[in-house]
Design a protein around this ligand. Sequence first.
Ligand SMILES: [Zn+2]
Length: 294
Amino acid sequence: MNILILDRKFKALVKSERKIMHEILLMIQTFDLTRNYCELGYSSLYEYLTKEIRYSEGAAQRRISSARLMRECPQIERDLPTGELNLSQVALACVAFKKEDFSKCRKAEIINRIKNLNLYETKKILLAECPNFAIPKAAPLPTREKKVQITLVFTEDEWSEVQTLMARMSHKVTDQKIESALLYWAREIKKKQSAPPPRRRQTAEVKPAQKSPPLRRRKAIPAAVQKIVLKKAGHQCEFVSPITGRRCEAKHFVESDHVIAIALGGTNEIENLRALCKQHNLYSAKQSGLSSPP
Ligand SMILES: [Zn+2]
């Protein structure tokens, strides 16, 4: 085949690829705004993109970041399909803007400056423009000794803050290693989350001033009951998509929730309780016509 025909064909394919990428980002924006992934049994957009759509972790993260930044800077929508900007640049800009308090105008200005640049030049501009930006390092690496190696990047101020905290914790984190400190803090957070809620003080009964219909007050679910519900669910969200039959796999921030909300006549009986992740708790509340979880 003539090289010029091949060249034309190649360019046409790349044009279609960019057009499709643009449409994919618009689709991700829709899922992000409507949280459709909840109904399909996923607790986050990232989980949906990696497990259902089968993007790699990096590809999913790059697309989510770019779709979100595209909402703030509409010129990305114009420059991605033409190739003046690429996904890696936009995703990097998104990371760089994270710790900055930039206006939409300022972000748009920087995005304009990285147009038609390679990734190295893009990083240079972003480092110069965003004082709190640190180039993300490589992902966690497994080692031969069945351990995981990660690289942490802090600004000088953040590192000084971490060191101060670690010094205060020297009686708990005796080796003063950052990995020991992280593990200690993570376990402390977990301990606090699984602790039963503090008991409310009994207050004197106050008669209602007006004769409005009595509201059904929500009694806290006893800690022992919560424990049984979570154990029965294997500490995993019990939401099952009515569309695909997929059970949500979330195991973080899973809490007991009422199948029939207290406000709608439900009780604290075990039969009326289930374990739900935060997203599905919000989703179920919305489905029951309640704006927030009961
Ligand atoms: Zn869930």
